[in-house]
Structures are given as structure tokens and as C-alpha cells.
Write a protein that binds this ligand. Structure first.
Ligand SMILES: C[S@@+](CC[C@H](N)C(=O)[O-])C[C@H]1O[C@@H](n2cnc3c(N)ncnc32)[C@H](O)[C@@H]1O
Length: 254
């Protein structure tokens, strides 16, 4: 008890602690502001939960995530999702960015990794890390999950770890992922719990765009559905053959 009192006194009184707290508060406020600004610039609705309003919490939360999810753990799931030499990979909602860095090493110079996140703090952190480790095949994208800005059929694997549940427009995001994935490409979703993964898997299957290949606890892997017709931007989404659709135009199945 005495020790606790001493610790509390130290935290309250020590000038170094006060300075650190001051700097954290400043960064906290500034990053929160940049987060809101990004929402205005990107003209996207962003989830304004406390974590997002104060996105610098990511500076605290993401290092914890790094400890809970060590590099070997990330590598295991990336391998299981089909990332290998020469792969083109998109990770959405990368947090502190360790998984895309590992993916960039696995993909090698012939491969390419795109890492997208909506948090400016995350984007800056990964951009700096990629520069520091000279990962030339890693491109960091600042944006919303449903607007990657990547060309059609340009990636082999989409990897989403503990982020799918945070995307505000899940069906819109799935349509975008279907667009950027090559025929037969893989969508891998990892969530914190088996329950959350089950929920995510149900949403993915509901979209009719991906076929479930494997679900194992917190992990689910899907393949871009071969019989699905691509979205028609001018007329809206056309669902799987045989299901109701908003357009009558058809396309050769991929
Ligand atoms: C819990 S963190 C992810 C952790 C990380 N993937 C890992 O493996 O450690 C969720 C991430 O999703 C991002 N995010 C939330 N909504 C998003 C959206 N609409 N578009 C892109 N990224 C988003 C957040 O900024 C955050 O970095």
C-alpha cells in the first residue's frame, strides 16, 4: 500500500512524468484532429468511437497488440493465407504495421504489398518503419477500406487481422475487395474471437462474392467466387447468377 502511494506520488509530482503526459496529451489531441480532418478530406463517414476520436490511443494500443501477436504468429497466418514469394498482397486496417512488413519480406522483390489504414498515426508509423527497413515493395495507403484506389484484379491475397469488425460499410468493402482480387484470389479474415470470426464469415458469405474455404477458430479464409459477376459501377451491384439482381447486364464469369 505504501509502495502504491509512493508510485502515485511519483506519477503526480515528478516533472519528467508531467512532461511526458503533456506531450502525450498534445499528440493525442493533434492526432485526433488529423483523424477528423482525414474524414473531411476523404469525405467518408468514419466510426467516431472513443478509440477513433482519440486515435493516438493507437500509440498505446498497437504496441500491446505487437506483444500479443508476435511476428511468428503473423507469419503463420500470412503463410496459411497463401502469401509467398512474388505475391501481391493487400492488408486493410494494419494497425502498427508489423504484418504488412512481414508480408513484404515474404513476397520478396518480385512481389508487392499494399497496406491501407484510415488512421494517420498508423500510416505515419508504417511509412517510417518501411523507410527504416528499406522495404521498397511495401506501399502505404491512407484511406477507407472500401476505397483502395487499386486497379481491378491486381492482388492475390487480401489479409485483414482484427479490423473487419471496425469497417463501417462491410458490404461496400467486400465489393471493393472482390474488385481488386484476381480470379481465385484469397480473402483472409482474422478476428479476436471465434464468435467475431463467425459473424464476419456470415457477412462475407451473405455478400455472395466469396466462397468459404476454411474456418478455424479465429481465422476464416475465402476464395473469390468464380461464378460471381463483377459489380457494374454505372448500374449498381449484380449478385451471383440465379440470385436477384439490380441490373440485367451479365458478364462472363471469372
Ligand atoms: C485493432 S486495429 C488492427 C490491428 C492490426 N491489424 C494487427 O494485426 O495488429 C484496427 C485497425 O483498423 C483500422 N480501421 C478502422 N476502420 C477502418 C476503415 N474504415 N478503413 C481502414 N482502416 C480502418 C484502424 O485505424 C486500426 O488501425
Amino acid at each position: 500500500m505504501q509502495l502504491l502511494t509512493q508510485i502515485l506520488q511519483f506519477i503526480q509530482l515528478h516533472p519528467v512524468v508531467l512532461k511526458v503526459l503533456g506531450v502525450l496529451l498534445l499528440v493525442h489531441g493533434l492526432a485526433g484532429l488529423t483523424y477528423l480532418l482525414s474524414a473531411v478530406i476523404l469525405r467518408r463517414s468514419v466510426p467516431l468511437g472513443p478509440v477513433y476520436l482519440f486515435s493516438p490511443l493507437n500509440f498505446v494500443w498497437h504496441p500491446i497488440m505487437e506483444l500479443i501477436r508476435p511476428p511468428w504468429w503473423r507469419r503463420k497466418w500470412l503463410e496459411r493465407s497463401g502469401v509467398r514469394d512474388g505475391s501481391e498482397v493487400l492488408e486493410e486496417g494494419f494497425g502498427f504495421g508489423t504484418s504488412p512488413m512481414i508480408a513484404a519480406r515474404m513476397a520478396g522483390p518480385q512481389g508487392q504489398v499494399y497496406a491501407l489504414d484510415l488512421s494517420p498515426a498508423s500510416v505515419i508509423a508504417l511509412w517510417l518503419r518501411a523507410k527504416l527497413y528499406r522495404l521498397r515493395n511495401l506501399r502505404v495507403i491512407f484511406g477507407d477500406a472500401k476505397h483502395t484506389g487499386l486497379p481491378d484484379s491486381s492482388v492475390d491475397v487480401v489479409f485483414i487481422a482484427d479490423a473487419f469488425h471496425e469497417f463501417p460499410d462491410k458490404q461496400g468493402t467486400l465489393r471493393e475487395l472482390h474488385r481488386v482480387l484476381r480470379a481465385g484470389g484469397t480473402l483472409a479474415v482474422l478476428e479476436d474471437t471465434a464468435r467475431a470470426t463467425k459473424k464476419a464469415a456470415a457477412l462475407v458469405q451473405e455478400s455472395g462474392l466469396f466462397a468459404l474455404e476454411e474456418r478455424d477458430g479465429n481465422y476464416a479464409r475465402f476464395r473469390k467466387e468464380a461464378s460471381v459477376i463483377d459489380p457494374l459501377p454505372e448500374q449498381g451491384w449484380v449478385a451471383q447468377a440465379g440470385r436477384s439482381s439490380r441490373s440485367t447486364r451479365t458478364r462472363t464469369p471469372v
